[in-house]
Design a binder for this molecule. Structure first.
Ligand code: GRF
Length: 201
């Protein structure tokens, strides 16, 4: 199976997925890592691991539709069975989302349906929750609302700041996301079914 990973920055989740795929010899290959920013740190890691990289800069396009169309063309050049959003910081048009329906996953750093959108760790602290975490979900047109496939939970500790809390969540993301992608590769995940597995930590 071919996997295409989209990033916008650091790419630590992409890195965790690449490492797991290699270490566990998945019957899949990371066909490409694509970024909307040329300065995304993760591109270097991907290139150093022999993975094709591409940049499709949203700044080169006048509209979201034009950007998404160009991005789709580049992605489809790699014939993906699965598109993995890993810190890809763009809102996607419904046409793009529909094109990858049932074969596009995202990770969001909250226990969805709590705290969709940006600044989730600050949102969680402001809300005073005692637990926080991350969710892997299929991507649908409504931002951060597609069917969840896996969650990891962490405690919120006294004195937490958005930085300390996000670091605790990120450690779990690096286990959760490779596992979910692996499950997809193994044919265990379909968008129609509800199969949220909760990893307790
Ligand atoms: C992660 O926290 C992810 O959940 C969120 O953005 C962050 C990306 O980090 N969507 P990285 O680029 O994978 O290191």
């Amino acid at each position: 199976k071919n996997i295409v990973i989209l990033i916008s920055g650091r790419g630590s989740n992409m890195e965790a997925i690449v490492r797991a795929a290699q270490a566990e010899r998945w019957p899949a290959r990371i066909a490409a890592v694509i970024s909307n920013r040329a300065d995304a740190g993760g591109l270097e890691f991907a290139a150093a691991h022999g993975i094709a990289t591409a940049v499709v800069s949203n700044k080169d396009y006048v509209s979201r539709e034009a950007f998404d169309a160009a991005l789709q063309t580049v992605i489809d050049g790699y014939a993906p069975d699965l598109v993995v959003l890993a810190g890809f910081m763009r809102i996607l048009t419904p046409g793009f989302v529909d094109h990858y329906a049932g074969r596009m996953l995202n990770i969001h750093p909250s226990l969805l349906p709590l705290f969709p959108g940006l600044h989730t760790h600050a949102q969680a602290l402001a809300a005073g929750v005692t637990e926080h975490g991350a969710t892997v979900h299929f991507v649908t047109a409504e931002l951060d609302h597609g069917p969840a496939v896996a969650q990891a939970r962490v405690p919120v500790l006294p004195g937490d700041t958005p930085d300390t809390l996000s670091a605790r969540v990120l450690v779990q993301e690096h286990t959760l996301y490779p596992q979910a992608v692996r499950d997809f590769v193994d044919g265990k995940l379909t968008m129609a079914q509800e199969h949220t597995q909760v990893l307790e930590h």
